[in-house]
Ligand binder design. Sequence first.
Ligand SMILES: NC(=[NH2+])NCCC[C@H](N)C(=O)O
Length: 281
Amino acid sequence: MMFHIFGCPMHFGVGDKGLTYSLDYFNDYCKDLEITMLPEITMPEYNLKNLKNLNSVIATCEQIAEEGRKAIKNGEVPLFIAGDHSSVIGTISASATCYDNLGLIWIDAHPDINTDATTVTGNIHGMPVAALLGMGEKRLTQILTPDVKLRPENIVMIGLRDIDPPEATFLEKLKIRHYTYDEVLKRGLEACLNDTVSYLSHLKHVHISFDIDVMDPAFLPGVSVPVPDGFKEAEAFRIMDRLMTELPISSYDIVEYNAEHDTDDKTAAFAKKLAHFILKH
Ligand SMILES: NC(=[NH2+])NCCC[C@H](N)C(=O)O
């Protein structure tokens, strides 16, 4: 498999200043990865309180999506290492534009399915799944093409443990398959993975979006929105190993690494190990 690793600092979706330098720090920390760096694009803003930095998020996602689409057309498998999770409106739009009926495995403490009408924070990193489903602010749904990028029945979320009430309503209404962290504890990880694999097994292309805040911040504190509990390293690698072995994964994200909140480079080390794990699989 020919991988192309991209990196984008992207902090506009959450506004945490730590993200503006985290990707450069990470790039230095693992030079061997040969990351193609894509800069953030800063645009004039209207300062909407329910869509913070909207224009800059859109411009940066357009660029990410263009580069991702080029890579896929070249026969490469893109691995995006990015700042906040709004960046995947770009990465997943690229994959969805190249592959019909794209599947998505969302490994995250948050479902990120808020819209401009439901958000409490106004942070667009809480909205990517909604945007990719064609919901909410129109311009966020039209990266690369005006088409809706994802179908709710092609999505599985794993590890959720911080769901806003309107997000719970969307998950239920759209019947989005999800395994909360509690459910994983109750039913067992293998059972949830068995279900995930059989649920998506008819698809030809699946994207994995891995948000580092799905991990237990007691061990990996370097994220912008930590939530207590979460996966330990062995579980994360087990999840990735099974999904990569049993499903046709054709693009990847690793997001939300934030050096500002890290201690002793623990989170950087994990992100590096995860990237290498994907490349060597
Ligand atoms: N990608 C993330 N870390 N998302 C956190 C989102 C938190 C909250 N639900 C919000 O909408 O602001």
